[in-house]
Design a protein around this ligand. Structure first.
Ligand SMILES: Nc1ncnc2c1ncn2[C@@H]1O[C@H](COP(=O)(O)OP(=O)(O)OP(=O)(O)O)[C@@H](O)[C@H]1O
Ligand SMILES: NC(=O)c1ccc[n+]([C@@H]2O[C@H](COP(=O)(O)O)[C@@H](O)[C@H]2O)c1
Length: 278
């Protein structure tokens, strides 16, 4: 059974869900172009500057190399049911992504649809975006009021695209749906050979856009979590509102470290009195 087309399918929404579109550019700047919405699917545990930067890189790439006009960008955090080490609750991940986008961007949005329900395959997530953008919202308009359907495209790092050639991770049908119907932008990532990662995807080559990182940046959520566990600073690797949120909620710090931090805090508040007394 092939994945259902966005315009035909009814999607089950989480409770109290509404599709965010407050930053979507509903009127195109250049009517000769194709309107595109970028969708990055991932854990975002936690979201880093690199995740946000992927969108800026893709927008620059589109301006200079394609006839696409980016009219919006979404981060879609994966469901809690996605089994992965270090995956914090959807509640925290959506909150951190929202703080990050609000704090740093004028065009990025967070869609919590995927996060607050059972696991949804990426092909289905893209269908959901297509449905919300084109069927529910009715797409966008050109300067002279003509209707245009928005093209949804996946934005991902080369490590994720590399998994598309690993047996059993993605079905052929889903790959055909994602890369054939929608298309994607791949951000080069240190440690992944981009030619190897895309070798098996040659039949969809016309829909795969590879973007080099001109300034190498290999911040990853795994490294950020490791720093936090070791009590090292992660400031300037993530938006400051996200760092503050992590600190306030003691996130990614294991039980032993929390207890140690509490002991430290207690001893710090007691220490000056002892010194004075001595
Ligand atoms: N440094 C990076 N360069 C290029 N792409 C990246 C980078 N960091 C993350 N991405 C991409 O961002 C998307 C979401 O990533 P994800 O949430 O899994 O982050 P991550 O840093 O890879 O996480 P983790 O370290 O927990 O595996 C994926 O497509 C991933 O390839
Ligand atoms: N078959 C699929 O649809 C499929 C397979 C593997 C990963 N994914 C998606 O890719 C993303 C991977 O995120 P991570 O890089 O954090 O593991 C998630 O959004 C996940 O849902 C989808």
């Amino acid at each position: 059974m092939s994945s259902t087309q966005g315009s035909e399918k009814q999607f089950t929404n989480p409770a109290n869900y509404s599709f965010p579109h407050h930053r979507l550019n509903r009127i195109m700047r250049d009517s000769s172009k194709t309107p595109v919405v970028l969708v990055a699917c991932g854990s975002f545990s936690p979201v880093t500057y690199l995740h946000l930067r992927m969108f800026e890189m893709a927008r620059d790439y589109c301006r200079h190399n394609t006839d696409f006009e980016i009219v919006g960008g979404y981060l879609s955090p994966v469901s809690d049911q996605y089994v992965k080490p270090g995956l914090l609750s959807a509640e925290h991940r959506v909150k951190m992504c929202t703080l990050a986008a609000e704090d740093t961007s004028s065009w990025l949005m967070i869609d919590p649809w995927e996060a607050f329900q059972s696991y949804q395959r990426t092909a289905v997530v893209l269908d959901h975006f297509d449905y919300e953008l084109n069927t529910v919202l009715g797409g966008v308009q050109t300067q002279d009021g003509k209707h245009r359907n928005v093209r949804v495209m996946l934005l991902a790092g080369s490590d994720l695209i590399g998994t598309m050639s690993e047996p059993g991770v993605w079905s052929h049908e889903d790959l055909d749906h994602i890369l054939g119907r929608y298309g994607c932008f791949i951000i080069e990532r240190a440690g992944t050979d981009i030619d190897q990662a895309t070798d098996n995807l040659a039949r969809w080559k016309h829909n795969i856009h590879i973007i080099s990182q001109l300034i190498q940046n290999d911040v990853s959520s795994t490294k950020v979590r490791l720093f936090l566990r070791r009590g090292l600073s992660v400031r300037y690797l993530l938006p400051s509102a996200v760092v503050d949120y992590i600190e306030q909620n003691n996130l990614y710090v294991d039980e032993a470290t929390i207890a140690e931090k509490e002991r430290e805090r207690e001893s710090l508040t007691r220490e000056p009195k002892k010194k004075v007394a001595a």
